[in-house]
Design a protein around this ligand. Structure first.
Ligand SMILES: Nc1nc2c(ncn2[C@@H]2O[C@H](COP(=O)(O)OP(=O)(O)OP(=O)(O)O)[C@@H](O)[C@H]2O)c(=O)[nH]1
Ligand SMILES: [Mg+2]
Length: 305
């Protein structure tokens, strides 16, 4: 099975719910004002956000769709090109390429969104692109978190810097960057404990992890990736908002798109924040990560090949 097929299958719930919903609305040969409003309403319900929903409605109304054509297909084509225009500038495949200098990536997010799993998946891609990868087990809070990261490290055969449970996460990050500099690693992936964006002390600790890496390399962390769980609904917007205030986010990864019909929220995020979208999580296994491509996403979302 090709990567694109896997993506389509993983994303099926969002895509098929979305397109069958549209089909229910567009029953006439022509798109009148009432249908336009229903389409807009439906887009909002699908979590694509007010801004994008309104723009898509405007484009459909201006396009003068030929009633002789397959209307649903025409609307889908409009949607597809809207998604590509909006999201292509947010692609960042470069993140996975081989780097000459050290790249430290801080991976953050609320509890259980898929940070540790995603680090395993990213590590595999980075490694296969020729990067020398080091994991840094900075979730010293949750029992078994270190072991969980260690399992991923063993699975893909990369090294890990760890300490004991309860130790200071910032000092683990420091040691990892130090080791990376010394032994010519070109990518360090820093796992952090899950934390709620409104818990001040936990967010302070998060800031400390980032700051300590700067003591060795002033440009570190070079990437700050916020992991978002697609099933979290509208709270996602608040998570982006609050994490971004502490350390500016340089990229997003949305996980669990395989288990939800709520993939539309990616459009809302793209419209509101224009943050790079690094990859999408489509399952629990090591290869279930898709490097983000706007075209593939648009194709899957509108179910157009
Ligand atoms: N279906 C699906 N499950 C996922 C995906 N990514 C992660 N998971 C699962 O989500 C659960 C939590 O994953 P973790 O990687 O432990 O999440 P975390 O953010 O590190 O969790 P904490 O460190 O406890 O905050 C696990 O059961 C993963 O297998 C995904 O893309 N799809
Ligand atoms: Mg974790």
């Amino acid at each position: 099975m090709g990567i694109f097929d896997k993506f389509k299958i993983g994303f099926k719930k969002s895509a098929s719910t979305f397109t069958s919903g549209l089909r229910d609305i567009i029953i006439k040969k022509e798109i009148d004002d009432k249908t336009l409003d229903q389409i807009e309403e439906y887009l909002i319900q699908s979590d694509v956000g007010l801004g994008a929903a309104n723009e898509i409605k405007k484009i459909i109304s201006q396009e003068k769709i030929d009633p002789k054509k397959d209307i649903i297909n025409e609307v889908n084509m409009i949607l597809k090109s809207y998604i590509i225009n909006l999201m292509q500038p947010l692609e960042n495949e470069n993140f996975f390429k081989k780097k000459d200098k050290l790249n430290a990536t801080l991976v953050s997010g609320v509890n259980g969104v898929g940070k540790t799993t995603t680090i395993g998946k990213i590590g595999k891609i980075l490694k296969s692109n020729g990067n020398k990868v080091l994991f840094s087990a900075c979730d010293t809070f949750r029992a078994a978190a270190i072991e969980q990261l260690e399992n991923w490290a063993n699975k893909i055969d990369v090294q890990i810097i760890k300490s004991s449970q309860g130790s200071d996460p910032a000092s683990v990050a420091y040691k990892a960057i130090e080791e990376a500099m010394k032994s010519d690693f070109n990518h360090v992936l820093i796992d952090t404990a899950g934390r709620l964006q409104n818990k001040k002390n936990l967010m302070e600790e998060y800031k400390k992890i980032a700051n300590v890496t700067k003591k060795i390399d002033p440009n570190a962390p070079h990437n700050v990736i916020l992991i978002l769980d697609a099933t979290s609904g509208q709270n996602i917007i608040n998570q982006v908002e609050e994490f971004n205030k502490i350390i500016p986010i340089t990229g997003l990864i949305m996980t669990k798109l395989d288990g939800t019909a709520k993939g539309g929220i990616l459009l809302a995020l793209a419209k509101k924040y224009q943050l790079p979208i690094i990859a999408l999580g489509l399952g629990e296994k090591i290869d279930d990560l898709e490097i983000f491509s706007a075209e593939k996403f648009a194709n899957a979302f509108t179910q157009i090949n």
